[in-house]
Ligand binder design. Structure first.
Ligand SMILES: [Mg+2]
Length: 376
């Protein structure tokens, strides 16, 4: 039995990318630039796969930790491994290092990119085949300057964008209420409004706040309270008409089992960097589907490589039906490392055609599209 392509080189790039706008998102603020790690795997037969670890230090790890994990601990496991034995590779990485889900997700996407290219099929094909060709795009209203966000909405809505997620709980409640009112006044029900508190509310006073914002008919309210307050989340899910979505409360399948058992949410945000990759995300969605919880395609600060992986995942995972927030390369990063950006059409992300992740990346496009802080 031939074992197929063997991975014989791992290269990593710690990169920093400038961003166009400040983002204030409750758990942390970002201004100026974001860091992430890009991964290039090459096989002995000359195939190349790209991956990306896009951690955020308030959510998973610092980017420097992902870089060190890849360089020191995962390199000896990955180099020499047959690309086809991916699940075995994931198990070995888990035995070698606990956590570090972003680094492991980055390796997995590079391996799947190679396997797709080797067979002439897309990663979505490897994950079961497409159930959708486009994914509705949600844009986050998170600029400290709300007027700037409202102006963005006035140009995005006519272009077909319908999904907007307001980062509430960063400013005083009265300001949030005024902003939600301004959005509904300007756009009525043509926009699908979602709210994300990023754990900002204290359980002590959250119910009154949530009942207040409920009147703006959001599609869901994401993570109103800190992640471990599952019983409080269950209370809001039971009391409110608006569904409650778990993000920080639900990193992986073990978290999800607890969310389901305690009825703490009606939906979940799936992020490759939280759960450790596409296979783990599909494992989570098997649980979520069974429990009747739809998924939403969340992000940290991913660039085009990781978002291509997210796009392939959602294309092949029916339960992730609430859209995605894959807007970074089009709206936030001033540049990206792909030779061509993944197209957005009519308020949706178009799942790229072509083998593997469906994107073109090269060392030249990486050096052109990001500032390299370290490489190994
Ligand atoms: Mg969130």
């Amino acid at each position: 039995m031939p074992q197929g392509p063997i991975i014989d080189r791992l290269r990593i790039f710690l990169v920093e990318s400038p961003i166009k706008m400040a983002r204030a998102q409750g758990v942390g603020s970002v201004k100026g630039s974001v860091k992430r790690v890009l991964i290039e795997l090459t096989t002995a037969c000359g195939l190349t796969g790209w991956g990306e670890a896009a951690p955020w230090e308030v959510f998973t790890n610092p980017a420097e930790a992902a870089y060190a994990t890849l360089d020191v601990y995962l390199r000896p496991i990955v180099v020499g491994h047959p690309a086809r034995r991916l699940r075995e590779l994931l198990a070995k990485m888990d035995r070698a290092v606990i956590g570090q889900t972003d680094a492991k997700a980055g390796i997995e996407m590079a391996v799947l990119d190679i396997l797709g290219k080797a067979q002439g099929v897309s990663v979505a094909d490897l994950l079961g085949g497409r159930v959708r060709d486009t994914i509705p795009l949600s844009f986050s209203i998170a600029d400290p300057d709300f007027a700037a966000d409202l102006a963005r909405m006035h140009s995005m809505v006519p272009a077909g964008n319908r999904l907007f997620k307001v980062k509430t709980g960063v400013k005083p409640h009265a300001e949030d209420m005024a902003h939600l009112e301004a959005i509904r006044d300007a756009f009525g029900d043509t926009v699908d409004l979602r709210l994300d508190y990023n754990q900002a509310l204290a359980p002590f006073a959250a119910m009154a706040v949530l009942r207040d914002v409920d009147r703006f008919r959001p599609t869901f309210i994401e993570q109103p309270v800190p992640r471990r307050h599952l019983d409080s989340m269950a209370g809001y899910a039971a009391a409110l008409d608006t569904p409650i979505l778990a993000d920080e409360s639900c990193y992986d399948a073990a978290d999800l089992l607890e969310v389901v058992q305690r009825r703490a949410a009606d939906a979940i945000s799936v992020k490759l960097m939280k759960c450790g990759g596409m296979l783990r995300a599909q494992q989570m969605m098997a649980i979520a589907d069974t429990a009747g919880l739809p998924g939403y395609g969340g992000t940290l600060w991913e660039g085009g490589i990781a978002l291509a992986a997210g796009t392939q995942l959602i294309a092949a995972t029916p339960g992730i039906s609430l859209g995605c927030e894959f807007y970074m390369p089009h709206h936030v990063l001033t540049e990206d490392v792909l030779e061509q950006r993944i197209p957005h059409e009519n308020g949706a992300v178009v799942v790229p055609e072509g083998p593997g992740l469906g994107i073109a990346v090269s060392e030249a496009s990486v050096r052109h599209g990001a500032r390299i802080l370290a490489e190994a």
